[in-house]
Structure formats: C-alpha cells, structure tokens
Design a protein around this ligand. Structure first.
Ligand code: GAP
Length: 441
C-alpha cells in the first residue's frame, strides 16, 4: 500500500471536482478555496452529520444562525481586538513574513537565506476588517467574525427567553469564520475563510468540569461514528503557554494528517468569561435564573469547536487509499463512511441497448428519491467502477440482461468489491441496511 501524500489528495480533489484553488484563472488567492460539485456534497454531508448528532441526537441543544458581521463592541468584549494576535517577524532583506513561533529566529531566512535578518516579533491581529456604510473611517470599522461562538453568547438571553431551554443546555451553530492567517500551506488545513461547527454548552458553575469530561468523550465518539479510524485520532492537552486567552482548560482532538498530527477540534472550558465580558461591555444582564431553586448565576460554558473545512480534509485523508490488486492493477479508493459519501449509489447499465439503459434509468430515478445517485452508461464496466471508487461511492448497481428476465440487479460494495445479486424490490432496503451496519474493510 503506498503512502497518502497531500499532493495526491490535492490532485484527486482538483481532477474529480472536490476542491479547486479560488480565483485560479487569476493565479489564485492565498488561503482561499472553492468546493466543487463533489466537495460541496461532502462538506454538506459532514455538516448535516454533525448537526444531527449535536441537535437531534442530544437533549437540550438548539440551533442558531447568527450573522457574520456583528457590532464591533462584541470583539472588544470578547478580547479578540486586544488578544487575538500572532507574533510575526519580517525578513529585513527579502520582506518575507513569518510567524515567530513557527520558525527558528537564529536560523537563516527560509526564503532568501540571509542570516540574522529578522525584525523583532510584533503582534498582528488576525481579524479582517471592513467598513459598514459609505464612510470609511475608524467609526465605521466592523470585523469579519474569527469564530462563530460570539454570536451564540450575544444571543444567549434571546434563546433563553424565546425557547424553553433550561441549564444545562447547548446552542449549536455552523458558519463561516475568517482569519488573516499568514501561514496557509497544507491545502485547506489553514485557510483565511473557513467554516466552523461550534456548540456552546451552558452549565451551572461547579458542574463545568463534569460536563467538560462528558463532551470530550462525546466528541471523540462522534469521529469514530463518522467512520474515522481510531488510530488516526488522539488527544492533546493544552499546556499553560498554549491556552487561548478565554480558556481555563482545553484539549484538542488531533488527527494524523499527511503532514503529521494536527488539531482537528478543540474542547474548551471557557468558564463564565464570555458572558461576563458581554455583561460588562453591553451593560445588559447576562445571568440566568434557575426557576426551581431561584438561584441566579452566570453560566459556565463548555465549548466544542470543530473546523468543518478541516473535517473535509480529514475525511479525504482518512479515506484515501491506493490498492494494488491481484492482477497488479492499482485502484484509488476513498473509503468514506456512506453517511458522508458525496454519491451513495451509482446505477450502471452493462450495455446501452435492448432496453437495459431504460431499465437502469428508471431504477436510478426511483432511488434518487432516497439516495444521492449517479447514472453512468459510458465506458467499460471496470472503468466505471474505478471512477466511482475514486470518488468514494459505496454502492454500484449494475443492470444486465438477466435483470430483464428475473428483475434482479448486481450490487457491488466499494471496499470489498464483493458483488451480490439482489431482487429489485429489495434493493433499497439492502442498501439502507448495509449503510446502517457499515464497517470499513
Ligand atoms: N471558538 C473557539 C475557536 O475558534 P480555535 O481552536 O481557534 O477555537 C477551532 O478553532 C477549530 O476551527 C480548529 O480546531 C480548526 O478545526 C478550525 N480552524 C481554526 N482556524 C482555522 C483556519 N484558519 N482554517 C481552517 N480551520 C480553522
């Protein structure tokens, strides 16, 4: 089995329409990416899988979709205006810019090789700014949100007052976030425009450590449920020098990406920091009254914060395999869990003539009501299977002459390449049940 490299993933993504460089015809824009026909399906499927898990399958978690642009005071209160910075150095010779914590300041400049050429580190705020309204001055500055979480804190009272939630409860949100990242290598891993899937769980002070443990466990289980191999996942605890300015305790779920172990999701104990700050800066009461005990308190927050676009890279990296088959042929296969596979079922007529194509087309139209399907009648059947393997389609149905006689079709399973003959009337249920019990081979 050959190694999965980032180059191979990038190449497959472009070739098969998962991900393209943004504005490619103009030379691209650093750290920005476009999700093509299959990429958008994969991203939507991961988002939906997360959303269902976090809202429908948990008690007391409701959704929110807050705006990207918020009142600038939000970011003063949250601490992002003063603290959300990276230390940067410039090479005085070639003007290249680096993160001071990611290079050896004693070594020569990686771009031009000049020794001792770096400036003193300066803090650089990662938030993008723009202006609201027609006048572009200090008073009209607004920020593109660098995390979705603040929308949840700011709407905390609205949610409590307008829905019947009681502490402990959570608010989940998926949406775009923006950071003016200086280092954007490694494909979509760190981009300037990305998506987050965040959930803030509001708990009574003193119970936060218990809930922190609960959410750590839940989040790790989530990835296993999504079909990610357990040996590619691990925990990393933040040391005191790594903790974000808002966190009392933080653990990252790391994934073994092609470039090594890297953060996929953070689970943070944010204490009452954010709600207290918003109370201070807005002058509005952000406390919670427990109706049963009549106790009033500022809830503590346990946050689970995953990158959706980073999840896409994880899913691709985990799924990718080049297999050498018995006949020496190499097949590229993406072992996506069926729940996130962009296309679930491909319908392939063995030949186009004698009514076989019509039979297959009719079947594909019926299955489309329930599954994301694809119809392909061109090329040798082996090549059509390979094309589906390469984009991670878990099931291929082949219609042949026998189908016309006895209303059976061939169901091929992507991972094992095993084929079974299934009665037409049972095909949907067979796929449904195989999806439910899916285990990667
Ligand atoms: N609300 C907490 C927060 O934003 P974070 O650790 O800065 O915490 C959470 O970000 C997750 O968002 C990360 O684990 C990562 O998956 C994703 N993320 C952060 N910056 C990113 C970037 N520049 N590009 C892609 N994903 C990013």
């Amino acid at each position: 089995m050959s190694e999965t490299t980032m180059e191979k993933i990038v190449s497959l993504c472009k070739r098969r329409g998962f991900i393209y460089q943004s504005s490619e015809i103009y030379g691209g824009l650093s750290g920005s990416w476009d999700y093509g026909p299959l990429g958008v399906e994969l991203k939507n499927n991961i988002r939906n899988f997360w959303w269902r898990e976090m809202t429908q399958l948990h008690d007391n978690i409701v959704g929110l979709d807050a705006s990207i642009l918020m009142h600038p005071k939000v970011w003063e209160a949250s601490g992002h205006v003063s603290n959300f910075t990276d230390p940067l150095v410039d090479c005085k010779q070639c003007k290249s810019r680096f993160r001071a914590d990611q290079i050896d300041l004693e070594a020569p400049c990686p771009t031009c090789g000049t020794k001792g050429s770096f400036t003193e580190p300066r803090n650089f705020n990662l938030m993008f700014t723009t202006h609201l309204g027609s006048i572009k001055d200090e008073s009209s500055v607004v920020y593109l949100r660098p995390e979705t979480a603040q929308g949840i804190y700011v709407d905390f009272k609205n949610v409590v007052q307008s829905s019947r939630v009681k502490v402990p409860f959570g608010i989940a949100q998926v949406g775009k976030a923006f950071r003016n990242e200086i280092t954007t290598k490694n494909f979509i891993f760190r981009s300037v425009e990305f998506e987050q899937m965040e959930m803030q769980y509001f708990v009574k002070p003193g119970t936060d450590e218990k809930w922190f443990e609960y959410w750590k466990e839940q989040r790790m289980e989530f990835y296993k449920k999504m079909g990610i191999r357990a040996d590619k996942l691990r925990w990393h605890q933040h040391g005191p020098d790594e903790l974000a300015f808002y966190a009392k305790e933080a653990f990252d779920i790391q994934f073994l990406f092609p470039m090594g172990w890297q953060e996929l999701e953070g689970v943070h104990n944010r204490t009452d920091y954010d709600l207290s700050q918003h109370q201070k800066f807005s002058g509005k009461d952000m406390t919670y009254l427990d109706q049963e005990t009549q106790e009033r308190f500022t809830p503590f927050v346990v946050e689970t914060s995953a990158g959706l676009t980073r999840n896409v890279l994880m899913a691709l990296s985990d799924a990718y395999e080049e297999q050498t088959l018995e006949d020496g042929d190499v097949r590229t296969v993406l072992h996506f869990h069926p729940a996130i596979a962009p296309i679930k079922v491909a319908v392939l007529p063995l030949v186009k003539k004698d009514g076989i194509a019509e039979y297959a087309e009719k079947l594909e139209k019926e299955l489309r009501e329930e599954f994301t399907t694809f119809y392909d009648q061109s090329g040798a059947i082996g090549r059509r299977y390979r094309r589906m393997d390469e984009i991670g389609t878990p099931y291929c149905i082949t219609v042949d002459y026998q189908s016309l006689d006895d209303n059976t079709v061939t169901l091929r399973h992507r991972d094992s390449m095993e084929q079974e003959r299934v009665e037409l009337s049972k095909i949907a249920e067979t796929i449904r049940s195989s999806m439910r019990s899916y285990k990667r081979v």
